[in-house]
Ligand binder design. Structure first.
Ligand code: MN
Length: 248
């Protein structure tokens, strides 16, 4: 059994409980239930670890809700748009986010929000992992030293940028085709692609990412997050970025 299978089973148990609750609710609730969202073309990515895999730094309940509810809602929103707008269904998300002005105006905002959310979270699950953390390795370590002043300075600047995000948003390290790194923060679910930059890794500073365990202590969450960064995966993304094959 793969971890992803296990995660799905956990989700089904959760949805099963919700179904039981609905059955017991007044009939009007059942009638008001929204129709099922289209199943595609966008879908939740498989994850390489279980919800508890990032304990104790990120708790299993947060991971479970974040993946099966928050990320799933972005996927459902994007599929809802794609259902009535063929260009959204047929264009790679990376292309849509990279040139939002070409997206039909009527759906530009939902593509920006739900599409950005789908892209951001897909990257987020990928760059984290169990038994991770520690100092960066390989070419990424060298690039951090060269472009961002070294690991300690990068962490300090990254955490400060995450703290400065007012309300909900993200902090990213981006990479260009030459392998040069830069630190950026974004509001909402905006993605660096909207500025023609590619996210190498990034952290979610929406309250849903940390509130159950850290409450208002975003600084502590940002500091602990380094314990779950999968530098081997970040190096894979870095190599792909330089080869021009990194996709979101
Ligand atoms: Mn999130």
């Amino acid at each position: 059994m793969t971890d992803a299978t296990s995660f799905s089973r956990r989700s089904l148990i959760g949805f099963g409980a919700a179904a039981v609750a609905l059955t017991a609710a007044p009939r009007v609730w059942a009638q008001a239930a929204a129709p099922a969202a289209p199943a595609g073309p966008f879908s939740l990515p498989k994850r390489a670890y279980e919800a508890a895999g990032l304990e104790p730094h990120i708790d299993a309940t947060t991971m479970d809700i974040h993946y099966t509810r928050h990320h799933a809602a972005f996927v459902a929103g994007l599929n809802g748009v794609a259902k009535d707008h063929g260009v959204v269904a047929s264009t790679p998300l990376q292309t849509l986010l990279g040139d939002l002005m070409k997206v039909p105006e009527a759906v530009r905002t939902p593509v920006r929000n739900a599409g950005g959310g789908h892209a951001n979270h897909t990257m987020f699950w990928e760059v984290m992992g169990p038994n991770a953390g520690g100092a960066p390795t390989g070419d990424v370590a060298a690039a951090i030293t060269k472009d961002l002043g070294g690991f300690d300075k990068m962490k300090t600047d990254f955490e400060a940028a995450g703290l400065r995000v007012f309300g909900s948003g993200w902090v990213f390290v981006t990479v260009d085709k030459a392998g040069k790194l830069a630190l950026v923060s974004k509001a909402g679910q905006d993605n660096p692609l909207m500025d023609k930059q590619m996210p190498l890794f990034g952290n979610d500073v929406w309250e849903h990412a940390y509130y159950l365990k850290y409450q208002n202590r975003r600084a502590e969450y940002l500091k602990n997050w380094w314990n779950v960064v999968n530098w081997a995966k970040v190096n894979e993304r870095y190599a792909a970025a330089k080869a021009g094959t990194l996709t979101i």
